[in-house]
Design a protein around this ligand. Structure first.
Ligand code: FES
Ligand SMILES: [Fe+2]
Length: 377
């Protein structure tokens, strides 16, 4: 059980010490409903949140339904080529409008057939002619604020926060060299995982576990800190070739042209606060989105993107199977240990743990969260 004063900064003094002296987050941060609610309000709903790649809705009329912490939304590419986000909820009595992926000329509600055009205007509403003062112009789909950076779509449920680029900080220059705009999102997978969302985010920010959890597949990796500025964090793993295939295999695809420095010599694993990770390696990138589903469950979405020239290769389909195998293996390993960790976190009287020197980025993402969730001391 969390203490009644679970947001009192005095409970977190140990977490805030320098890494070598610091304690891990109290167990209730991973089980408490009140802590979870506070996270959603302060760490999620006041930020830009990554949701998809723009090329997941490549053509006019393409739709993609997404579940977010702000509610169900639909991405829709309009006739004008612009990708928009709407609440995936009918303006009549609220039915969900689109499911999964689809393509349409207009969005027709499955309940009473109210019909919206691709820009969200209500264009048809049968038997509403006797309803006093009913004007279709007042009942278009609810628009959600959307911004894209290099083809990545972010939304926010806050009307007042600033530009996406301001939140991303120096990510736009450090990772901009990968030319994500020139990549294609080739696959998206979804995984329900019985653990708190932070369990998966923390796991992906340390290589400490790789020799044990991935000992039979990815094997031990060594990560270094990558300095960042703005709303993200990063670690770097040195390896001459892409880390997106298993270690015994040669990576078959060409590198992204123009990579220099650490990008040319290894892989960045990043945490884009609060719930997104971009992993950028020499020949591709993959993203992870962790959506909380209550305090003790989450849904992990994993997308994989390759340069357009790679996807056009005649050997792409045959070779990409090795990448998918590597990702599916790594994700299954991590999800399994995450579920195990969550069981242990339910022992409420367990005193806080300590961090290894290899967990500096885990410590930083924990501190970032406390900065959002706690009241100033
Ligand atoms: S709820 Fe959509 S038309 Fe009635
Ligand atoms: Fe892992």
């Amino acid at each position: 059980m969390a203490p009644a004063d679970q947001f009192d900064p005095r409970h977190y003094v140990g977490v805030r010490r320098p890494l070598a002296e610091a304690e891990t987050l109290p167990a209730w941060c991973y089980t408490s409903a009140a802590f979870h609610t506070r996270e959603i309000e302060r760490a999620f709903l006041k930020r830009w949140l990554f949701v998809a790649c723009a090329d997941e809705v490549p053509n006019a009329g393409d739709t993609l339904a997404l579940e977010t912490v702000g509610g169900p939304i639909a991405l829709v590419r309009g006739r004008d080529g612009v990708v928009r986000a709407f609440a995936n909820a009918c303006r009549h009595r609220g039915a969900r409008l689109v499911e999964g992926r689809g393509t349409c000329r207009a969005i027709v509600c499955p309940y009473h057939a109210w019909t919206y055009d691709l820009e969200g205007r209500l264009i048809g509403a049968p038997r509403m002619e006797r309803t006093a003062g009913f004007d279709r112009a007042d009942h278009g789909l609810v628009p959600i604020r959307l911004a894209t950076w290099q083809g990545f779509v972010f939304v926010t449920f806050d009307a007042r926060i600033g530009r996406l680029e301001d939140q991303l900080g120096d990510l736009t220059t450090k990772l901009g060299i990968y030319d994500f705009d020139g990549m294609v999102c080739t696959r998206r997978t979804s995984h329900e995982v019985p653990c708190n969302w932070k369990v998966l985010i923390e796991n992906a920010m340390e290589a400490y576990h790789t020799g044990t959890v991935h000992g039979a597949s990815l094997r031990q990796q060594e990560a270094e800190d990558e300095p960042t500025e703005g709303g993200w964090d990063a670690i770097w793993i040195a390896r001459d070739q892409s880390i997106a295939v298993l270690p015994d295999e040669a990576a078959p695809f060409d590198h992204v042209p123009g990579l220099a420095g650490r990008a040319a010599r290894g892989t960045f694993f990043t945490a884009i606060h609060p719930n997104t990770q971009f992993a950028c390696t020499q020949d591709c990138m993959w993203w992870l989105n962790v959506w909380p589903r209550g305090a003790e469950a989450c849904r992990l979405e994993v997308g994989t993107c390759f340069p357009r020239a790679t996807v056009a290769r005649p050997d792409f389909a045959a070779n990409v199977a090795r990448y998918y195998h590597r990702w599916d293996t790594g994700v299954a390993d991590d999800n399994a240990i995450g579920a195990t960790q969550q069981v242990g976190l339910r022992f409420a009287a367990r005193p806080p743990g300590r961090y290894s020197w290899t967990e500096s980025a885990v410590h930083r993402v924990n501190l970032w969260l406390l900065d959002q969730v706690l009241d100033p001391a």
